[in-house]
Design a protein around this ligand. Sequence first.
Ligand SMILES: Cc1cc2nc3c(=O)[nH]c(=O)nc-3n(C[C@H](O)[C@H](O)[C@H](O)COP(=O)(O)OP(=O)(O)OC[C@H]3O[C@@H](n4cnc5c(N)ncnc54)[C@H](O)[C@@H]3O)c2cc1C
Ligand code: SF4
Ligand code: SF4
Length: 406
Amino acid sequence: MTEINSLSDIVKNGLCIGCGLCQSIAGKDKIEISMSDKGRLEPKELNKIPSETFNKIINVCPGVIVEGLPKEQVDTKAKHDLVWGYYLSLFYAWSTDDKIRFESSTGGLLNGLSLYLLESKKVKFILHTVATPDKPMRSVSKLSYNKEELLNSNSCSRYGPASPLDKFHEALNLNQPFAFVGKPCDISAIRQLSKTDERVNNLCKYLLTLVCGGSTEFTKSQDFIESFKVKEEELSIFRYRGFGNPGRMYIKTKDGREYDREYNSFWGEESTWRVHFRCKICPDAIGESSDIAALDTWRGGSPKGEDEGFNAAIVRTKKGYDLLNEAVNAGYIKIGDQLEIKDIDDFQPHQINRKKAVYARHLGLKKSDVPTLNTKGLRIKKLYEMNDNEFNLKEEEGISSRIKKI
Ligand SMILES: Cc1cc2nc3c(=O)[nH]c(=O)nc-3n(C[C@H](O)[C@H](O)[C@H](O)COP(=O)(O)OP(=O)(O)OC[C@H]3O[C@@H](n4cnc5c(N)ncnc54)[C@H](O)[C@@H]3O)c2cc1C
Ligand code: SF4
Ligand code: SF4
């Protein structure tokens, strides 16, 4: 079975990342999104989706199709790297607001840019992802119109399941300019939608993303709180990071008990990350089709201690370039030293490994008669051809052996 004929084909083959765009297209009366036993947000067809609507979904769903930066967005001055794609510039950057910098994930680049966009009135609102009120271990999409709304509900790295696009059509229907901040797979889905819905490019003015190691299943967060004998309903605060860089994993209960653990202890070795299956075959976790991608800058890929928070910015489009410069001139963002691709390689070794491995993983799925993603403009085949055979075979066989766990 290598074809996708229904929503459940996407879900049961591990291709769904739970982004929520299908629900936003079809409506809540047709599709429900709920937490599965595996700890993933999964859509379920409540009422038969008309075939026309289903066709719209499979043309945008990041579990079906992923493409690189649209040609018309590639600036004439853009450089290109086989792993990292198109970029106009690379440098350290962070928010000039000490509170944002401290409380955000890395240096608050994404929240700082979002704040600039709101306060300069370039957009009316930001569509982003925050902690669910009263259920801080869960995430929810949010339209924020001012600084207070933007920053009051843990709008920083939320590694667990989220549906950042479930309100995307609601946002479009408001007919006001806005910016979207989300994961690379979310951005890719928006770019696909922009091919058939002209409101997307007219209204969604900026696409900002984070370089993404993968979205963890909810069970990983559950295990974390259970290790302190805390139940979800007792939580008042749940943070994956932030309040420092990286900051500690931190929880507080409604009756005032506090527990925390080092960031590295949650992540540890890559095989224990417990990310969604879709993330293991992700052909673009580096935000190739965004305007700006923000990332961590720990040499070797993981933090050795705390620092003040230094993002790197991969500026991909002219629009992203202008935005960053304007935000710097307006005093919202501080830029540090310029970086080179070899620095980005050093900060993100796991991204290089995945980008090189992913085509072999797709082949492994195809050979096992399991559907996989359609990709274009992401160079994964070229990278595969440059690998040695042993590496490719190991990746192909490795993914085939995981199919039972999808
Ligand atoms: C799932 C996930 C995986 C990550 N993997 C990597 C990695 O491999 N390498 C790396 O350098 N950094 C990774 N990060 C961390 C992130 O890249 C850094 O936070 C980045 O440097 C941005 O920092 P910042 O301080 O500018 O972000 P902030 O200013 O704190 O802003 C973070 C923004 O991300 C949005 N957001 C948070 N969680 C989600 C979500 N689940 N879905 C959609 N939007 C979300 C928030 O709404 C907010 O707008 C990951 C984050 C997430 C959520
Ligand atoms: S990846 Fe997104 S659009 Fe595709 S099925 Fe899952 S929730 Fe729906
Ligand atoms: S690894 Fe890819 S599929 Fe997984 S959350 Fe990140 S961008 Fe999305």
